[in-house]
Design a protein around this ligand. Structure first.
Ligand SMILES: [Zn+2]
Ligand SMILES: [Zn+2]
Length: 337
């Protein structure tokens, strides 16, 4: 079968012909992958600055944002049957499981030894077929197929927003989201669903496709936060300055969730933070519950905006789409014919 991924010997992004999986074992489903979404993590992986292949191998199949169809359900599979559509969870628990992984919260893994499909030590879904345990698959209703490839990135957003609202004292009303890419826009849309008034801060001019899509979603768009303060601030820009700017935009009791800034540098205003009871947290990956919330929220969002967030490309385009810097409004989604 065709697969796209990283060759760790030649350090190149290549297509490989891999053997098809032999079928579904007990508790597993054999999947025909239909769509794979690309994000900044894939771009980082392709620079070989993060990620590693499965043990004993020198090739990693990319792709962690997937939509697939069950072709075979193994013995003991209860809720899935051939023809069902699924989105896989990305992370697999560490082994032996830590306290978090043992209680079903692999996203909060304590050992750092949890693996992630298409990222850390497990093959991803940028291939024609894949096999997964039923427990790692989220069934998707057919009505959501058009935008279901967004469920994985949305699950990451759901976890961060839920964490921010849980930490904040009652009464959060305003939100600022730094970054106008798919994660930023999804975060603003979820915050609005939770009843907050959200604005997005990003550098692109107002006529940029990303800014226009934010406007189409009915969300305020700013090039700079200025003196604006918000109860919940989500950093989804992946830029060094965004987390620091977010910190300065916190209202009293404010909560900042950092999703992307890998190497923010600057002075942390601890005095302000303590006298204003502010909190900063980081968030990665998503719990199975966050996937369920994504499944519930997706149909409550503007379908037109969600569709405009997706730009579909063919399998073979990966060599250009993955290394390319994210520029347009859309998330590139490869269709695996
Ligand atoms: Zn991703
Ligand atoms: Zn763990």
């Amino acid at each position: 079968m065709r697969a796209a991924g990283l060759d760790y010997e030649s350090r190149a992004l290549v297509e490989r012909d891999l053997p098809e999986p032999r079928g579904a074992g007990a508790g597993e489903a054999l999947l025909r992958v239909r769509e794979v979404g690309i994000c900044g993590t894939d771009r980082e992986l392709a620079t070989f600055s993060i990620g590693f292949p499965p043990e004993g191998e020198s090739f990693l199949v990319l792709g962690h944002e997937a939509l697939a169809q069950v072709v075979e359900a193994g013995p003991g599979v209860k809720a899935l049957k051939p023809g069902d559509w699924v989105v896989p969870l990305v992370r697999r628990p560490c082994n032996p499981p830590c306290f978090s992984c043992a209680r079903g919260r692999r996203d909060l893994c304590l050992t750092g030894k949890a693996l992630e499909r298409g990222i850390f030590g497990l093959h991803g879904y940028f291939a024609e077929y894949a096999v997964d345990s039923e427990a790692d698959l989220v069934r998707v209703p057919e009505a959501l197929l058009d935008t279901a490839v967004l469920i994985e990135p949305l699950s990451v957003v759901e976890k961060a927003v839920e964490t921010a609202l849980r930490i904040h004292e009652p009464g959060a009303r305003t939100a600022l989201v730094f970054g106008a890419g798919p994660i930023g826009l999804l975060a603003a849309m979820v915050l609005e669903l939770r009843g907050l008034r959200a604005a997005i801060v990003s550098l692109e001019p107002p006529d940029h496709p990303r800014a226009r899509l934010v406007a189409a979603a009915g969300i305020e768009y700013l090039n700079t936060p200025g003196e604006r303060k918000a109860d919940i601030v989500i950093e989804a820009a992946g830029a060094a300055d965004a987390a620091m700017a977010g910190l300065r935009s916190l209202a009293p009791l404010g909560v900042l969730g950092v999703l992307g800034s890998p190497d923010a540098r600057g002075e942390i205003p601890f005095r302000d933070m303590l006298v204003k009871n502010q909190t900063v947290f980081g968030s990665v990956n998503a719990s199975p519950e966050a996937f369920q919330r994504a499944l519930e929220d997706l149909p409550r969002m503007d379908a037109g905006v969600l569709k405009r967030m997706i730009h579909r490309a063919s399998f073979g385009d990966f060599a250009t789409t993955i290394p390319a810097a994210a520029g347009g409004a859309a998330k590139v989604v490869h269709v695996i014919e």
